[in-house]
Design a protein around this ligand. Structure first.
Ligand SMILES: Nc1ncnc2c1ncn2[C@@H]1O[C@H](COP(=O)(O)OP(=O)(O)O)[C@@H](O)[C@H]1O
Ligand SMILES: [Mg+2]
Length: 274
């Protein structure tokens, strides 16, 4: 396997205080993503996936644990130095409406990471923005620059969010539920697109999802998360071929019954009953 671009070691995060209910969102989580590798982090709602994604890009601080990117420990970097790092590490949020401001045209939204990195106000018309839109299949790019998010279909919005992730040429994209707002056929095309972007640019992806089918289609490594812990991880074909952890098996059983992923959300309940 290639050298790790991201390493998470012993990540622990507790929300709440003594007065409010305490939630251990992350409990000693370790995970690594190789350069140019696609890793899926799979788990039902509330298992801690988004908390891990936010901690990785430095939006939340860990209580315990270490984060390393391209061989550099960034666990305790100042906010200012983290900003520099975030150009090489991009977080795509679950809901495209969180990543694409409804009042901002697609060209400006995709250009925003360039502007944060110091490009001028004309960035929305720059060749990089056009190239990023074309790369995600929003062609011809000129037709999309002036549109607003609500003038795009759900699938096109997901693509625009990926264009925005790409434009700064990151080495790692953390994509939190990139298919949560689209239907099954579009999910397959988003999986293909992510794989193409990896092939073309060697970008590593940590894809967060509660969708086992999507994880299987997109990733070569998977990590299964339950209640803040990674209960099983390994090569996708190994984990899918012969899941060893009882919780992982319950997830697959539930998925087989319902034939989709909302399944995954009910698997926890089934598991607790057993
Ligand atoms: N800012 C927060 N304050 C308090 N609790 C939180 C916060 N963020 C997440 N949690 C809790 O941490 C747990 C994990 O949440 P999250 O990481 O969003 O899970 P997932 O993305 O897998 O659905 C949940 O119990 C959630 O309610
Ligand atoms: Mg989440």
């Amino acid at each position: 396997m290639s050298e790790a671009i991201l390493q998470v070691r012993g990540a622990t995060k507790v929300f709440g205080s003594r007065r409010r209910r305490r939630v251990t969102a992350l409990d000693d989580v370790s995970l690594s993503v190789g350069a140019g590798e696609i890793v899926a982090l799979v788990g039902e709602s509330g298992s801690g996936k988004s908390t891990l994604g936010r901690a990785i890009v430095g939006l939340d601080r860990l209580d315990v644990g270490e984060l390393e990117f391209e061989g550099v420990d960034y666990t305790h970097l100042s906010e200012r130095r983290l900003r520099g790092l975030r150009r090489r590490m991009h977080l795509v949020l679950q809901d495209p409406y969180q990543s694409l401001h409804p009042g901002m045209r697609i060209g400006s939204a995709v250009a925003e990471p360039l502007q944060i990195a110091g490009a001028g106000r004309g960035a929305a018309r720059s060749p990089e923005v056009g190239a990023a839109l074309e790369e995600v299949g929003l062609t011809p790019a000129g037709d999309f620059l002036a549109r607003y998010p609500h003038q795009l279909s759900g699938g096109q919005r997901q693509r625009a969010v990926l264009a925005r992730a790409l434009v700064g040429r990151p080495r790692l994209v953390v994509a939190d539920e990139p298919t949560s707002m689209v239907d099954a056929t579009l999910r397959a095309s988003i999986a293909r697109l992510i794989r193409e972007l990896r092939e073309r640019h060697g970008i590593a992806f940590l894809v967060i999802t509660h969708d086992l089918d999507f994880a299987g289609a997109v990733a070569e490594q998977v990590a299964i998360m339950q209640q803040g812990r990674i209960v099983e991880s390994g090569r996708t074909e190994d984990v899918f071929g012969a899941p060893r952890d009882p919780y992982t098996r319950a997830l697959f059983r539930a998925a087989a019954q319902v034939g989709s992923i909302e399944i995954a959300a009910s698997a926890g309940a089934e598991f607790k009953m057993n």
